[in-house]
Design a binder for this molecule. Structure first.
Ligand SMILES: [Zn+2]
Length: 260
């Protein structure tokens, strides 16, 4: 039997503060932010009108997600992942399930260090690939010392279980009450395949305030989860996906994951 430790409010607040200091909007614990959702009067078409802080959601020209295609110029961007085993803190923030990652996990992108802050999930996928939505999408949110964000996106499709994600999907918190942590560690290394292809472009956060200047790297090879795991997520969040945004003048670049 897995030992579930339920952490107190202090940790929830600490987590919210740590996220706020780096300026990412993923925690719903900050009640001063204007409410938004994925449907109706506070849905994606209205985000830009809900608050002046969310204006970029409707006026921005470099918004995410976008339609991705297996085409475009090649980039020599080099990426290596330095992920260690860690105890995940699993949070239901009202918009998604987010896993907070302790210090020590980072990506080197063209020699620049980006720390992995958290990762979370959307269903259906936010980016489309060759015109199609996939079942789900993972976003691994990284940030460098200057505060610039690099997000690694991965599609999820139905299949066999994934070692890295099993522990998360067996412990999804259905409510926002308390973060859940486990007595086991996870590593994210089995998410990556050698020589994976990715598409990179200049985009934004896909949730209010839709801040731009986010560099996206979306891998083409989906990660697999079982039908039961995908359905368990959909029971909590049936739809938490922003529709694709116009590409405008932006170009997509294709790269290959290069490991040392
Ligand atoms: Zn996301």
């Amino acid at each position: 039997m897995k030992l579930k430790l339920v952490l107190g409010k202090a940790l929830l607040i600490a987590a919210a503060l740590s996220v706020l200091t780096v300026g990412t909007p993923y925690m719903a614990a900050d009640s001063s932010k204007t409410e938004w959702s994925y449907e109706g009067a506070t849905g994606p078409e209205h985000w830009g009108d809900l608050s002046p802080e969310y204006a970029k959601c409707s006026t921005g020209l470099n918004q995410s997600p976008v339609p991705l295609m297996n085409q475009g110029k090649k980039t020599d961007s080099k990426m290596t992942f330095h992920y260690e085993a860690f105890v995940p803190t699993i949070v239901n923030n009202g918009h998604t399930i987010q896993v907070d990652v302790p210090e020590g996990n980072y990506a080197l992108i063209d020699g620049e260090k980006y720390n992995l802050l958290q990762f979370h999930f959307h269903t259906p996928s936010e980016h489309t690939y060759n015109g199609k939505l996939l079942e789900m999408e993972i976003h691994l949110v990284h940030q460098n010392e200057q505060g610039n964000l690099a997000v690694i996106g991965m599609f999820i499709k139905e299949g066999s279980a994934n070692k890295s994600l099993d522990l998360i999907f067996n412990n999804l918190p259905a409510s926002q009450e308390e973060p859940v942590t486990t007595d086991e560690k996870i590593t994210l290394n089995s998410l990556f395949h050698k020589k994976s292809k990715f598409i990179t472009y200049d985009g934004s956060l896909t949730t209010p305030p839709c801040t731009e200047g986010v560099t996206w790297y979306v891998f083409d090879k989906p990660v697999k989860l079982t039908r039961t795991q995908i359905d368990a997520f959909k029971d909590i969040f049936p739809n938490n996906s922003r529709p694709v945004q116009p590409l405008n003048d932006r170009l997509l670049y294709k790269g290959t994951l290069k490991t040392h």
